[in-house]
Every structure is written in structure tokens, then in C-alpha cells.
Design a binder for this molecule. Structure first.
Ligand code: C2E
Ligand code: CA
Ligand code: CA
Length: 707
């Protein structure tokens, strides 16, 4: 049987909700008015009244109480389940007037709230709300001059009574919903949104239940003190009971995942929308915190399915669902979006960093091995994070961006990633940034700074590395880390490298023709080397700038040792055959296969800054650097240490037999003219015009090979 309480204004459990408002249907109004009505009814009814209503009232109360002991709720998500008790309470109203109806209503709500162990304030509110609604319905009776009372009960019903009966239902329904909407609007939506949504959903079912009330009246009048006709009432009520249960199950299954019973995508969307609206409203009062949406995907779940079978896979998903749900806070929503994908809504988790922390925590709970039919299963997961309002303003948009971030996390193999517009091929930010960079290259806003490489132990200048910077009209000098990754992801790197080569070769030409015969190293990316015509075009460039091949070096990163980059290796072979030497950059940061190193046409190996930094301590353990140097020398490679910042590191590297050093300890990267001055001074060269030429670095055999 039914319940007449606000089980669903469930978001009311949110602590921030109880906030008095100035709205007419204030919740405090319902409470005061409702309890005043109860007081009135208690004082109004005499013992004689009760005796007059006698067995009829007893029968109705009995049915209602039994009903409340086995309550049925029509809907999980909406505010008010339809109460079957309402049919009886209205019957009491029509038969004996307001006072007994109020008391029966209050009794009904108190029983059901206590049974559901709801918080006390909700009991107080709900009792008030329903009593006020019943009183509003009673006012229709008063207006049409119908005044039943226990002493003078309703004596009969006819077709002429239908208008005021209908009128009482409408008034009851509207007032009831208005009171709930007045309450729940702070937690979810505006008053009007909440009201209209609930109104259409409940109108039909409420009226279907209330339509039974005249029947109850007639049965009571006909039974005349005996309970013989009771079964007549119970049958239709049972039918309503069953229908309600079915519709609730249907609603549940349409909003939940069958396998895990978690909310599905539809419900997640609904909850996200509500959370966003809630946050938007709070923005007006500066309490907005943001909303985070996470997308979690299990790595290698397919393997579990394939090796252990689908039933085990299903079990595993259920355990995952359980662990995730247990790891979030009460207001959060864990949903299954299908397959091995879960969506997690975190209302009130404002900053992307805080959301990423939760994501890491979730990944940690899944990192614990699962025992599935005797086998221990290790699961990894990747999480993408998108946050309202930074990354999107609606559910679909946030989900798409969380998806982009999740794939980025998978690609980078680093667990959790916050949505980054510049790595999203479709984001406006990224398109904007790419356009800006392309225009900057065309407008020659890129410039090169040069950092010397000097030999150990002599300190001779053996080369310079060209490092690109973007002289941005507004932002000033932008370091390469802020635009090279973007250029590499979008393919713009090819255009950028062309521009860098132009600048570097022009500078090399100037230096070499004025006696500074120093090789200039240019960083090239894998994507450059994979262009089949890269070598040919580079040779044409050397020609164009009248620069010998030995005046240019290319620095390539370890990634060339990664997969099977045949085209890139072919390009390097072609170039080294004509005298352009190559250097292996950032050594030690990737997972190089040293076997491949042997096949690579490089002449030097640059130990990454992260290793060199360890040598800043006089008591450092140099074994790592020592073995890299040993390995490189074994392969006939020169060793360059980059990022040398201190005297201590410099001493260590000298002692370990490193060939070349580069770093702030020697000099920072300098703009062309400054570098020229520095080099002249260091190489003891007179200003151009003098005839003494720098002999050129002794470490590489320079100048022999030419284009
Ligand atoms: P990288 O090739 O490893 O370049 C060395 C970086 O270390 C440079 O940073 C340099 O300024 C910095 N560095 C040099 N000495 C020291 C030191 O003693 N201490 C510290 N902490 N840092 C030092 P920069 O110029 O910001 O370049 C960063 C990265 O950007 C480069 O790393 C390189 O991967 C990339 N890059 C720079 N220019 C180009 C270019 O023209 N083309 C391409 N494809 N990439 C470039
Ligand atoms: Ca480099
Ligand atoms: Ca490097």
C-alpha cells in the first residue's frame, strides 16, 4: 500500500540545503500551519465525535496503517511517491470533515517516516506539508457549502458532487507539489522547474488514487458499521499496489545497469545536470564549487574476458562497481556507461587538481588484486577528468572531454589526466593555439638562442646548440616547452623545423665565413625524420646557405630507438653519409634498446640533465653516469653531459672521463649577437676582418666532408 511522504526530495539530505528562503511557500510555513491544524483538530474532536464515526473510522484507519507497514513507492527519482492512503484520507474528509482527515493524515505520515527512519526534521516538514494540502482541499468543500462532520456525516454522493470532488483533488495536488517544490528548489532546480516536472509526473497517478476515494465513501456508507464489504476495497487497492511496484521496477531498470545495478548513463546525465544547475545557482552567492566528471576505463579488461571467460568478467565488473561505490562520498554518483567504462560524478569537487586526487584514489582501490575463481587478477585503469565550468557547461560536453582526457591518459600510460584542450584535436583552444603558432612561424616570430658545448678537460668550444624561442608580441619570450609539444602533436613541427633550420644555417654561414668554425646543433623531431624527402631538402638548404655539412649537427631524441623507425634511421644514414652528424639527445629518459644504439649513425650521446643533476653532490654515487660513459665510449661515441650547473658536477664529469659539457655553469643559451661575442672572446678571435681563423673544434673531424 501507499505512503504519503516525500521520500524522494532526497537531495534534501544535502547539508547545505536547509536554508530559509523568502519564498511564499516557505518550508517553515508548512511546518507551522500544518502543526497548528493538528492542534486544532485534536481540540476540535470530542469523544462523542469519535464514537459517532465508530467502526467506519476504525476500519479505514486499520487499512491505512496496514498499508503503511508495507509501503510502495512509485518512483525512486521523483519527489513524492503517490500515496494510496490519500484515497482513504479523502474519504474521511468527505464523510466527516477536516479534523479527522488531518489526524489520519498526520498518523499516516508519522508511521511511514518512522518506518523509513527518516531524519526528524523531514518528519516534521512532511507532516506539516500534507496537513496543509488536505486543509486546502477542504476549503473547496467549504466554498461549495458542503460541511460534513462526525455528528452529521455525508449522507450520499451523486453526479452533481463531481465538480467539487474534482476541484478538491486539483487544489490538493497543486498545493502539495508547490510546498515540496518550494523546499527542493534550493537543492535542485528553480521552484518553477521543480514544480512543473513533478506536476506532470504525478498528476495522473495521484488522480488515479484519489478516484478511489468516492468508492471508499460509498463502501463505508453501505457497510453501515460492518466490515463485510472490506474486500471490495482491497482488490482495487491491491491492483494499484502492484501497478505501482511494476512501474517503480520499470523506472529502476530504465535508469540502472542490469549487471552491476549502478546508475546508467541516463541517470548519470540527469544527476550531472542537477549538480550543474545547483552549482550555477550557488554561483550567485559565491558558494559555487564546481562539478567534476570522471571517466574510468579498465585497462586490459578484454584479456580477463578472453582468458577467464565472460562469467568471470561479469563478476569482476560487479566487484569493481562495488569497490568504486565504496570509495566515493555519499553525494557522489558512480555509474556504469557500458563495457568496462565507468562514469563518476563528483558534485562540489571544484578544482581539477582535487578531482584528479579522487581519481588517483579510485585507481588505487582498483590496483589491489582481485581474487576471481581462485586466480589473482591485476587490473589497471585510466581516468580522464573534466570539470564544470572550466571544461564544459553540459553533461555531454563534459563526458566527451573526460573521454579525450581518458584516452590521453591511456596513451601516456600515466593513469589520470585532466582534460587539456591543446591535446584535444577538436577543441577551439587547440585550433586557436595551432593557428597562432602557424602565424607566428610565418611572421618570423621564432628566434634561436645558442648554448655552447665545451670540451673536458680543456674547455675548448666544440659546438653550440640552437634552442628555439617564440618572441610573442604580448607574452614576451615563450620557452619551447610551451609550444614544441603542441607542434609535434599537430604536425606543425615540420614547418617549425624548416624555419629553425633556416635561422640556424644563416647563423652558421655568418660564423663560418668570419672564422668561427663551430658546428651548430639543431633539434629535430621524429616526425621530421620520417618525412621521406627530409634529407634531400636539408642538403638543398645547406647549398642555399652555402654551409658545409660539417657545420650542422642534428639532435634526435631517444624515441628513435623505440619502435622500428626505419624511415627515420634511413634519413639519418643518408645525412651522415654526406657529413651531417647526429647526436642522441636526452639519453636515459626513455627505455632505449642499447642493441639498436649500435646500428644508429650517431657520433655522440647526450646524458640527460636528470642524471647530471645527481652529480651536484660531492658524495654522489656516480656509477650510473660512469656506466653510460663506459657504454658510449665502447661504441665509439662522444659523451656530452647536459645541464651542468655546478662546479661540483663539472669536477665529477672531468673525473669520470666525460668528453663535453653543456650547461649554465659554462653559459646560458644566448641570442645570436650575444653568442657571437661570447664565442669570439672564448676562442680569442679578433672581430671580423682579422685574418686569424678559429682552428675549429678538434673533437669532431670538421670541414672535410662537404655538400
Ligand atoms: P633539450 O634539447 O634537452 O635542450 C636543453 C634544454 O636544457 C634547453 O631548454 C636549455 O636551455 C636547458 N638547459 C641548458 N643548460 C641548463 C642547465 O644548466 N640547467 C638547466 N636547468 N637547464 C639547462 P630549452 O631551451 O627550454 O629547451 C627545452 C627543450 O625544447 C629542448 O630540450 C628541446 O627538446 C626542445 N627544443 C628547443 N629548441 C628546439 C627546436 O628548435 N626544435 C625542436 N624540435 N625542439 C626544440
Ligand atoms: Ca637538444
Ligand atoms: Ca637534451
Amino acid at each position: 500500500m501507499g505512503v504519503g511522504i516525500v521520500t524522494g526530495a532526497p537531495k534534501l539530505t544535502h547539508p547545505s540545503f536547509v536554508r530559509p528562503s523568502l519564498f511564499a511557500f516557505d518550508w517553515q510555513f508548512s511546518v507551522w500551519a500544518g502543526w497548528a491544524l493538528i492542534l486544532y483538530s485534536v481540540l476540535h474532536l470530542s469523544g462523542g465525535d469519535l464514537r459517532a464515526m465508530g467502526p467506519g473510522l476504525a476500519m479505514i484507519t486499520f487499512v491505512v496503517v496496514i498499508g503503511e507497514l508495507r509501503p510502495v513507492v512509485m518512483s525512486h527519482t521523483f519527489g513524492n511517491p503517490v500515496s494510496i492512503s490519500s484515497a482513504f484520507i479523502f474519504a474521511v474528509l468527505y464523510l466527516w470533515g477536516l479534523a479527522p482527515a488531518i489526524l489520519l493524515q498526520a498518523l499516516t505520515v508519522i508511521i511511514s517516516e518512522l518506518l523509513q527512519r527518516k531524519q526528524l526534521w523531514r518528519l516534521v516538514f512532511n507532516v506539516g506539508q500534507y496537513c496543509v494540502s488536505i486543509a486546502a482541499a477542504a476549503s473547496v468543500l467549504i466554498i461549495v457549502g458542503v460541511h460534513p462532520s462526525p455528528i452529521e456525516p455525508m449522507s450520499g454522493l451523486s453526479g452533481r458532487d463531481l465538480p467539487w470532488i474534482l476541484g478538491s483533488w486539483v487544489v490538493y495536488h497543486v498545493v502539495n507539489l508547490a510546498l515540496v517544490a518550494g523546499l527542493s528548489r534550493t537543492a535542485r532546480q528553480t521552484w518553477w522547474e521543480s514544480f512543473s516536472e513533478d506536476f506532470w509526473f504525478y498528476t495522473f497517478s495521484t488522480f488515479a488514487v484519489l478516484a478511489l476515494s468516492p468508492l471508499v465513501v460509498l463502501v463505508e456508507m453501505a457497510s453501515d458499521g460492518s466490515w463485510g464489504l472490506l474486500p471490495l476495497l482491497l482488490l482495487p487497492l491491491l491492483a494499484v499496489h502492484k501497478t505501482a511496484q511494476m512501474s517503480r521496477e520499470q523506472e529502476h531498470s530504465s535508469l540502472h545497469d542490469v549487471l552491476t545495478d549502478l546508475p546508467n548513463r541516463t541517470l548519470l546525465a540527469r544527476r550531472t545536470k542537477a549538480a550543474i544547475e545547483d552549482d550555477r545557482r550557488k554561483a550567485a552567492t559565491d558558494e559555487a564549487t564546481g562539478v567534476a566528471l570522471l571517466l574510468l576505463d579498465l585497462d586490459r579488461f578484454k584479456e580477463v574476458n578472453d582468458t577467464l571467460g565472460h562469467p568471470v568478467g561479469d563478476d569482476l565488473l560487479r566487484v569493481v562497481a562495488h569497490r568504486l561505490s565504496a570509495a566515493v562520498r555519499p553525494g557522489d554518483v558512480v555509474a556504469r556507461l557500458g563495457g568496462d567504462e565507468f562514469g563518476i560524478l563528483l558534485p562540489g569537487v571544484g578544482s581539477p587538481a582535487a578531482a584528479a586526487e579522487v581519481a588517483e584514489r579510485l585507481r588505487l582501490t582498483l590496483a589491489e588484486p582481485f581474487r576471481m575463481s581462485g586466480v589473482l587478477v591485476d587490473l589497471d585503469s585510466s581516468v580522464g577528468v573534466a570539470v564544470y565550468p572550466e571544461h564544459g557547461r553540459a553533461f555531454e560536453e563534459l563526458l566527451r572531454k573526460a573521454d579525450v582526457a581518458m584516452y590521453a591518459a591511456k596513451a601516456a600510460d600515466d593513469g589520470t589526466q585532466i582534460y587539456d584542450p591543446t591535446s584535444d584535436p577538436n577543441s577551439e583552444e587547440r585550433l586557436g593555439a595551432v593557428t597562432a603558432l602557424r602565424e607566428a612561424i610565418a611572421a618570423h616570430q621564432l628566434e634561436l638562442h645558442y648554448q655552447p658545448k665545451t670540451s673536458l678537460p680543456g674547455g675548448d668550444v666544440v659546438g653550440v646548440e640552437a634552442l628555439v624561442r617564440w618572441r610573442h608580441p604580448e607574452r614576451g619570450l615563450v620557452p619551447p616547452d610551451e609550444f614544441i609539444p603542441l607542434a609535434e602533436r599537430t604536425g606543425l613541427i615540420n614547418t617549425l623545423t624548416d624555419e629553425v633550420l633556416d635561422l640556424a644555417l644563416r647563423q652558421a654561414h655568418e660564423w663560418w665565413t668570419t672564422g668561427l668554425r663551430i658546428p651548430v646543433a639543431v633539434n629535430v623531431s621524429m616526425r621530421d625524420l620520417q618525412r621521406p624527402d627530409f634529407a634531400r631538402r636539408l642538403m638543398a638548404r645547406l647549398d642555399h646557405y652555402d654551409v658545409v655539412a660539417g657545420a650542422l649537427m642534428l639532435e634526435v631524441t631517444e624515441s628513435i630507438l623505440g619502435a622500428e623507425p626505419t624511415i627515420a634511421v634511413a634519413t639519418l644514414r643518408e645525412l651522415s653519409a654526406v657529413g651531417v652528424r647526429c647526436s642522441l639527445d636526452d639519453f636515459g629518459t626513455g627505455y632505449s634498446s642499447l642493441v639498436r644504439l649500435e646500428r644508429l649513425p650517431v657520433v655522440e650521446l647526450k646524458i640527460d640533465r636528470s642524471f647530471v643533476r645527481q652529480l651536484d653532490d660531492p658524495r654522489a654515487d656516480p656509477s650510473m653516469v660512469r656506466s653510460v660513459i663506459g657504454l658510449a665510449h665502447g661504441l665509439d661515441l662522444l659523451v656530452v653531459a647536459e645541464g651542468v650547473e655546478t662546479d661540483v658536477a663539472h669536477v665529477w664529469l672531468t673525473r669520470l672521463g666525460c668528453d663535453v659539457v653543456q650547461g649554465w655553469y659554462i653559459a646560458r643559451a644566448m641570442p645570436g649577437p650575444v653568442a657571437t661575442q661570447w664565442l669570439r672572446k672564448r676562442c680569442a678571435l679578433p672581430a671580423p676582418g682579422g685574418d686569424e681563423a678559429h682552428p675549429g673544434p678538434t673533437l669532431y673531424a670538421v670541414g672535410e666532408a662537404s655538400v
